[in-house]
Design a protein around this ligand. Structure first.
Ligand code: GLA
Length: 388
């Protein structure tokens, strides 16, 4: 972390002249342990923050000019707060910080000019939430500089609003929420309806969380994501005719679903089946972890993947292969796709002694069959966003 701070500070000085009055913040990416495609169904999620972040240095300017520099890309954008903040199709990366400034204005923050430079260590295209981390880093830096007071869950909601309404991606609340509220050595159990949360100690003993990046990102992720949301809404509409208490899939159970089956397109049935069973798996996972039953936790991870592959249909052949190869490694208790889907990463619960074996067995075979090099990261649970 110290070296990242030095790189960001030096780059800041190079682009903006000096480092007087700097605030430096970090916001982490995340891996979701279990609870996939449940957040926008008012359900449960169970992510942890990881040791990859966005590190941002920022300071105020005595005017209305905003200048943002992306160190990795070596690009700078500049705009004035005198005009409404607009979307920039030429520099898409800048729409995340722009969106956060826009949402902060909407929430009543009095913005002034500022300069910001940021660096990311979250692998690109990995689905480990680099965009949410960039939003959260911006929000934490700007609220600190302007003294705008906002509670942590509201800060996460504000970043989600930036992504939903400014960037145009209709994501749920999970990624921003964990980036704000993560805690070292804990996973975060979140009720996405009430935003109540509980930090659960991640006591894995000899076991580790291993993230494996498939190296693929299929372009249909955004369109299919939005389609899944609609399919879930369709399911809710049908179920609500019979059961008016069903406002979201969170409120439905398998008996209701089975009773509504005849009214439903088989695809809608499958989607609802995934969400209803996945919510149950999250609750069981939290219980299993609290009881120290890692074997059961691993089985639930496996079931989650199978459901995402077969019922929700958000996996892809490359990730299915990674999961299948991982499950053959002795010491792997569970493996599944994590995040939005269509590529990205798997999350694996693995014995510490099996980590090398995982790399030896899984990576060459994966490369042989796909021609793609996968990457392995072992991550502990990290803190949420903080001022450094
Ligand atoms: C993406 C979204 C999240 C969540 C996951 C799927 O990461 O940003 O809100 O819906 O997909 O669980």
């Amino acid at each position: 972390m110290r070296s990242e701070i030095a790189v960001v500070t030096q780059a800041f000085a190079k682009v903006f002249g000096d480092t007087a009055g700097l605030t430096v913040v970090r916001a982490p990416g995340r891996v979701n342990l279990i609870g996939e495609h449940t957040d926008y169904n008012d359900g449960y999620v169970f992510p942890m923050a990881i040791n990859f972040d966005i590190v941002m240095a920022a300071r105020k300017r005595p005017d209305q000019l905003v200048r943002i520099h992306a160190i990795d890309l070596d690009r700078t954008v500049e705009f004035s707060l005198v005009q409404p903040i607009e979307h920039d199709p030429e520099e898409p990366w800048s729409n995340y910080p722009r969106g956060v400034l826009w949402a902060l204005q909407g929430a009543g923050a009095k913005l002034e000019g500022m300069e910001m430079a940021f660096l990311g260590t979250i692998p690109q295209g990995s689905g480990l939430s680099s965009s949410a981390a960039l939003e959260v880093a911006t929000a934490v830096a700007v609220t600190h500089l302007t003294g705008f007071e906002i509670a942590e869950p509201d800060l996460a909601l504000l970043c989600q609003k930036a992504e939903n309404d400014f960037v145009g991606m209709k994501c749920g609340i999970m990624d921003q929420f964990i980036s704000v509220l993560g805690q070292k050595d804990h996973a975060l159990f979140v009720d996405c309806r009430t935003l109540d949360y509980e930090r659960i100690p991640l006591e894995l003993g000899e076991y580790r969380i291993l993230i494996c990046h498939s190296g693929v990102k299929h372009s249909l992720v955004d369109s299919e994501y939005n389609r899944r949301r609609q399919e879930c809404e369709n399911g809710v509409r049908i179920l609500a005719e019979k059961y008016p208490t069903v406002k979201a899939l969170r409120d439905a159970n398998l008996d209701m679903l089975v009773a509504g089956r005849d009214q439903m397109d088989p695809v809608i049935y499958q989607r609802c089946y995934h969400v209803i069973t996945e919510n149950e798996r999250v609750l069981q996972s939290v219980k299993a972890l609290k009881a120290g039953d890692l074997k059961l936790f691993g089985q639930l991870l496996n079931q989650s993947h199978d459901s995402l592959r077969d019922d929700y249909e958000v996996s892809c052949p490359e990730v299915d292969l990674l999961v299948a190869l991982a499950r053959k490694v002795e010491g792997v208790l569970g493996a599944r796709i994590t995040g939005g889907g269509f590529g990205g990463c798997t999350v694996n619960l693995i014995h510490a002694d099996a980590v090398d074996e995982f790399s030896k067995q899984v990576l060459p075979e994966y490369e042989k069959q796909t021609g793609i090099k996968a990457q392995v990261y072992v991550s502990t649970a990290a803190n949420g966003a903080e001022i450094l």
